[in-house]
Design a binder for this molecule. Structure first.
Ligand SMILES: [Zn+2]
Length: 170
């Protein structure tokens, strides 16, 4: 895989195999990171304090959310937002971003009561994602999963961009 250049805003983050470890990633007691596992406290903190899930810094005025189509229908996501620059990096370093999100969903849907009304089981690859630029969001508890989530009021939505799934040549 070609080397992906790391933006200045992410230079303070540790890297593994040349890829930035997202701030929200679980760090194990021995110091290693569990890619794809979300630190629950950081998740909460990110939603509450409007922190970017990639760099851990505060966001102002502009929030970029990654959503699947099924999330987009409701404008609800369980993933905290990102800075535009961090989102750009993450979509380039796609295996990590997509990996983190699908794995997180795999855990989230393990909670009782689930059922997946859209039949979109997590963990399946080649999902396409949308990036949503917003000027704000509402912090909610997703009534379906009872997990922390962000809801985008439609009037705060500024731009939507489709991110193609990574090709399988990696
Ligand atoms: Zn950031």
């Amino acid at each position: 895989m070609p080397e992906i250049s790391i933006p200045t805003s992410l230079r303070h983050r540790p890297t593994v195999g040349g890829l930035v470890v997202p701030w929200i990633t679980v760090q194990m007691p021995d110091g290693r990171y569990r890619f794809g596992a979300i630190d629950a406290e950081r998740l909460q903190s990110a939603f509450i304090n409007r922190l970017c899930q990639i760099c851990g810094e505060r966001m102002h005025r502009l929030f970029v959310f990654a959503m699947r189509d099924v999330d987009f229908e409701r404008l609800i996501t369980h993933e905290p937002a990102m800075h535009a620059e961090c989102a750009r990096y993450s979509t380039t370093a796609c295996p990590m971003l997509a990996g983190s999100m699908t794995h997180y969903r795999a855990q989230a849907t393990d909670t009782p009561s689930t059922g997946d009304p859209h039949g979109a089981r997590p963990g399946h690859t080649a999902q396409s994602w949308l990036l949503l630029w917003t000027t704000g969001y509402r912090r909610i508890l997703d009534p379906r999963t009872r997990t922390p989530a962000a809801e985008i009021p439609i009037e705060l939505l500024r731009r939507v961009q489709r991110v193609n799934p990574p090709t399988s040549d990696q």
